[in-house]
Design a protein around this ligand. Structure first.
Ligand SMILES: Nc1ncnc2c1ncn2[C@@H]1O[C@H](COP(=O)(O)OP(=O)(O)OP(=O)(O)O)[C@@H](O)[C@H]1O
Ligand SMILES: [Mg+2]
Length: 334
């Protein structure tokens, strides 16, 4: 059995004394990660109450299983308050998560995420967009949004911004002057937890699009683990250097048991007087899809919006229609 799975199964029987229910019943196991080098287990555990007494009892039970039964040397636990009734995760049956992943940066991940969100909205769906790309957050720029701290409602939940009918939250609104590279591991994990638990998302949201950081690194993995139910869309360009790493990102997603929705080949070609010019080569998208045993579901040409906007395409132009086609396919397949 997979080590993470083994840990999850063993600790799921532990009782949270504050709710008198097992962690399996409360869905209190929020995150399990392994630091193989240090033989250490990192856990995020949700409890109904996080007072010292409860933490102490649960820590003792966890340590017994992790250190004595399973023989790991180290154990790190982050406790958080469980808000089962009002978290968006408890409504997962209604929300479909689309993780937007790529191997390389700069292949158009955020542009695709934004235009896909727009296309789904135009098709009458209620859409949320989470910009979780701490390294190159660009969703606010794409939507011409001011960088400001969001407001909180009476329940101390963060109110997402709304643009083009899409509810949007971005790491950028919280980072301020801090350097994105400072956001690693636990700190980042905490911020992303907020994105899922402490945002007053509209209850009617049907599709939640998540712009993930590029690559197969720890951050991407952490986020993908936070949203295990997310299905993945892999973005690449036709260029071999991009498709090569896109395959790796796809494998990483598969390893985390994410279903792949398919591959989008962005900057696929340039149309010039009815002639198709393959600026970045050819076949990258197909190659990635074949390797990952999934389909190439869209090819987005190189082009600028004709609407006058810098990144968002109109429904009356070719690329805008491409995005509607992609949105339609996803609605049918999810
Ligand atoms: N089909 C396209 N045709 C022309 N330009 C495009 C296309 N797709 C994206 N771009 C441009 O390429 C640049 C990179 O796109 P984008 O920021 O969406 O990529 P990304 O993969 O999210 O990058 P990062 O890794 O920095 O987050 C942007 O300037 C964007 O406007
Ligand atoms: Mg981006």
């Amino acid at each position: 059995m997979d080590k993470i799975q083994e840990i999850k199964e063993k600790i799921s029987t532990i009782t949270d004394p504050s709710s008198e229910k097992t962690l399996a019943e409360t869905q209190g196991i929020k995150h399990v990660a392994l630091d193989n080098d240090k033989n250490t287990v990192n856990l995020v555990i949700g409890l109904k109450e996080v007072d010292d007494k409860t933490k102490q009892v649960v820590t003792r039970s966890l340590a017994k299983i992790i250190k004595i039964d399973l023989k790991y040397t180290g154990l790190k636990i982050d406790f958080q308050l469980l808000k089962l009734d009002d978290s968006i995760l408890s409504k997962t049956r209604e929300v479909k998560y689309i993780g937007i992943a790529s191997g390389k940066g700069g292949v158009g991940k955020s542009t695709v995420a934004a235009n896909l969100a727009l296309a789904l909205t135009r098709l009458g769906k209620k859409v949320g967009l989470i910009d979780a790309d701490v390294y190159g957050s660009s969703i606010p720029t794409i939507f011409d949004m001011k960088i400001q701290l969001p407001k909180a409602n009476a329940d101390e939940k963060i109110i997402p911004f709304i643009k083009e009918g899409i509810e949007i939250i971005s790491t950028e609104f919280f980072l301020r002057d801090e350097k994105p590279l400072m956001w690693r591991g636990p700190m980042l994990g905490k911020m992303l937890n907020h994105f899922f638990y402490d945002i007053a998302w509209d209850e009617a949201i049907e599709y939640m699009i998540v712009d993930l950081p590029p690559g197969t690194g720890d951050v991407a993995m952490d986020i993908q683990k936070l949203i295990p139910q997310s299905q993945m869309l892999i973005i690449t360009t036709p260029h071999p250097s991009a498709s090569h790493v896109a395959i790796k990102a796809g494998y990483a997603a598969k390893e985390l048991k994410h279903e792949l929705l398919g591959v989008v080949e962005n900057m696929s070609h340039l149309m010039h007087k009815d002639e198709r010019i393959n600026i970045f080569g050819e076949g990258g998208g197909k190659r990635v899809a074949d390797k990952l045993e999934t389909d190439l579901i869209a090819q987005i040409p190189i082009g600028q919006p004709k609407s006058g906007h810098h990144s968002l395409f109109d429904v009356h132009e070719e690329i805008g229609i491409n995005y509607l086609g992609l949105a339609n396919k996803l609605i049918k397949s999810m």
